[in-house]
Write a protein that binds this ligand. Structure first.
Ligand SMILES: Nc1ncnc2c1ncn2[C@@H]1O[C@H](COP(=O)(O)OP(=O)(O)OP(=O)(O)O)[C@@H](O)[C@H]1O
Ligand SMILES: [Mg+2]
Length: 259
């Protein structure tokens, strides 16, 4: 579904991503792991159109999407969530979801504030969809809560919910489990699995929680120092000396091996 071909990106003298190539197969939940600073989020930023690569190419279902802006990608069914959630803290949970369809049309917040309010006030279909998403994620009881008051884990669920307000086919999740407590983590994993099985979402997931990766992802890609160093299923990768070395070598001792 997503073909990443020899993507490179430098920031000044720092080579953040080095000639990375891999495929996110249609229907898969593909993992992307690696120590802090490996270049994982930078690669997501490139795929999602936030920053251009210095070289390389990305295709979505065969179509070249390299450097396309975020809203154009939205339109083609490719969406992402952020390592740090981007909710509108002074709006309610339900309103946060209701904004998404307008954003998908490429309307920016400043330009179309009034349009967005109109959507929230008047569009019953979008309201129904938002409530369905909240029920699916089992956070319906939070619909009138200000998004800023949610816990870290609830914000991650809201982020996932925002992808469900689009006609997403491929979803990039940047550390969906970060800061999420065990109970909520189970719920999040279940939501990802159900979206994959029941709604045909293809996922690419960055995550440091190896249990979550092992539960959800096959195959898993491993990056270190900007480069792809290994790929395969999590059980095999745990035994891979290069992967163990990458984690041990940066002081994040044994995240891949110990979990
Ligand atoms: N906009 C930027 N300007 C300069 N350097 C950057 C920028 N974005 C990322 N970097 C650098 O690129 C390298 C890769 O960063 P990146 O955020 O992609 O790592 P990561 O694998 O997502 O790490 P983590 O697991 O900690 O989130 C790091 O050294 C980082 O400091
Ligand atoms: Mg990151």
């Amino acid at each position: 579904m997503i073909e990443i071909e020899r993507i490179s990106r430098a920031f000044g003298g720092l080579q953040a991503v080095r000639e990375v190539s891999f495929t996110v197969e249609t229907g898969s939940i593909t993992g992307l792991i690696g120590p802090n600073g490996a270049g994982k989020s930078t690669l997501f930023n490139i795929i999602a159109g936030e920053i251009p690569p210095n070289s390389g190419r990305i295709t979505l279902e065969g179509e070249d999407i390299t450097g396309l802006p975020t809203h154009a990608l939205f339109h083609k069914g490719l969406v992402r969530t952020f390592q740090i959630p981007h909710e509108f803290s002074r709006m309610t949970v339900r309103e946060n979801l209701m904004l998404v369809p307008a954003a998908q049309r490429g309307e920016t917040l400043l330009k179309s504030w009034l349009t967005w309010w109109k959507v929230i006030r008047e569009d019953r279909a979008i309201l129904r969809q938002a409530d369905e998403v909240l029920d699916f994620l089992e956070i319906g009881h939070l619909r009138d809560e200000l998004a800023g008051n949610l816990s870290g884990g609830q914000k991650k669920l809201l982020d996932l919910g925002r992808t469900m307000m689009t006609n997403a086919k491929a979803v990039l999740l940047d550390e969906p489990g970060a800061g999420v407590n065990r109970t909520l983590l189970g719920k999040l994993a279940e939501a990802i699995e159900r979206l994959n099985r029941e709604r045909g979402y293809t996922f690419c997931v960055i995550e440091h929680d190896m249990d979550l990766i092992a539960r959800l992802c096959d195959p898993v890609m491993v990056m270190a120092n900007g480069a792809l160093i290994a790929s395969g299923d999590m059980a095999t990768l745990r035994e891979n000396p290069e992967v163990r070395e990458a984690y041990l070598g940066t002081g994040a001792s044994g995240q891949a091996g110990a979990a």
